[in-house]
Design a protein around this ligand. Structure first.
Ligand SMILES: [Zn+2]
Length: 342
């Protein structure tokens, strides 16, 4: 792991060639490790691999070579939770974030508080997300940016603000939600690079009830549990990224009908039906490198880029996981995932 922490100017030039060799050989040192959970390996990488940015695999099972950092401060954004070191992504996503930060100002949104993007080399995370693995997903807080620079410890400790009414899972709190929230989310949906936006079902419902702009853009806005204090932007695979696995397009139209209504039924909360004749379920197994695209072993083993970890911005003690992650199930019940239409 120490190689991830060192810097070497000479390694950048040859890293691409090394990566290609490692993939061709299929036998990088990391690839031999099929017992360690991949999240531990990727979570330990403090800086990206050298090379040009390439996502491999799918949003929920993959990695990214040559990820770039979103600067922790911009004119209209601030990166939060710096100790998590998750401000890494594909440059196409980083430019979407920057564009939204500028456009947001015109929509009455003073600036973005940027949550998790990806780890330096992408991959599974030790906490918080199933996706965000290939540098094409980002979380944006539903809290407007304050008009001052937050300190590193404020960024680690500032609590999330849910848009839901207290003790309600699917009801908007009208003292928190504003038309500017709607305009910010729908501005993001209007970008052609943006494939999906995930929001709480109550937020999608509110948008369905009130949005008077292009209704077809609402189809990109996907309801999913959680996502009440932040929304999640996912962009499509960048052009030419042949190892990137695209998701099927969301349903056409505003999709404000039965797919949305499902979230307000009892079904998501019902226990799964048990088949008495089914074999006992296999105990869950941690994802290992062998489960990820082969290129990810090489990404993990590749020489580091010269980038600096976000946590170096201003050292502060790592926040406990619960402060940085909306971990479903900690204090609130979790419904089953909707199998299709996500
Ligand atoms: Zn997310």
């Amino acid at each position: 792991m120490t190689s991830f922490l060192t810097r070497s100017s000479g390694t950048r030039r040859v890293a691409g060639a090394l990566l290609a060799l490692a993939v061709a050989a299929g036998a990088s040192p990391a690839a031999a490790d099929n017992a360690t959970p991949a999240k531990a390996l990727f979570g330990a990488a403090a800086v990206p691999s050298a090379g040009s940015p390439v996502p491999y695999g799918s949003y929920a099972k993959g990695c990214i070579e040559g990820a770039q950092a979103l600067p922790v401060d911009g004119p209209n954004w601030q990166v939060m939770r710096l100790s998590r070191n998750r401000n890494w992504g594909h440059p196409e996503l980083l430019s979407v974030i920057q564009r939204l930060s500028r456009d947001g100002v015109r929509e009455g949104w003073p600036g973005l508080l940027v949550g998790d993007i990806s780890q330096p080399r992408g991959g599974p995370m030790t906490s918080g997300h199933a996706s965000h693995q290939i540098g094409l997903d980002t979380d944006i807080w539903l809290t407007p940016m304050p008009n001052r620079r937050l300190s590193a410890s404020e960024r680690d400790q500032m609590p999330f603000t849910s848009m839901l009414a207290p003790n309600k899972f699917l009801t908007i709190d009208d003292s928190k939600w504003t038309p500017a929230h709607a305009r910010l989310i729908m501005k993001a949906a209007s970008y052609p690079e943006v494939a999906r936006i995930f929001v709480n079902p109550a937020i999608k419902k509110r948008l369905c009830e009130t949005w008077t702009g292009n209704r077809n853009l609402l189809g990109k806005v996907r309801p999913i549990y959680g996502h009440d204090a932040h929304f999640h932007i996912r962009i499509s695979c960048p052009a030419g990224a042949s190892g990137c696995q695209e998701q099927a397009a969301p349903p056409s139209g505003d999709d404000c009908g039965k797919n949305l209504a499902w979230w307000f039924t009892k079904e998501p909360w019902a226990a799964p039906k048990k088949d008495p004749n089914a074999p006992p379920p296999k105990p869950p197994r941690a994802v290992t490198l062998a489960d990820l695209p082969r290129a990810c072993s090489a990404v993990l083993a590749a020489a580091p880029s010269g980038a600096v970890a976000a946590s170096a911005y201003a050292p502060s003690p790592a926040a406990p996981a619960a402060a940085g992650a909306l971990l479903p199930g900690q204090t609130i019940p979790v419904p089953r995932a909707r199998p299709a239409g996500r």
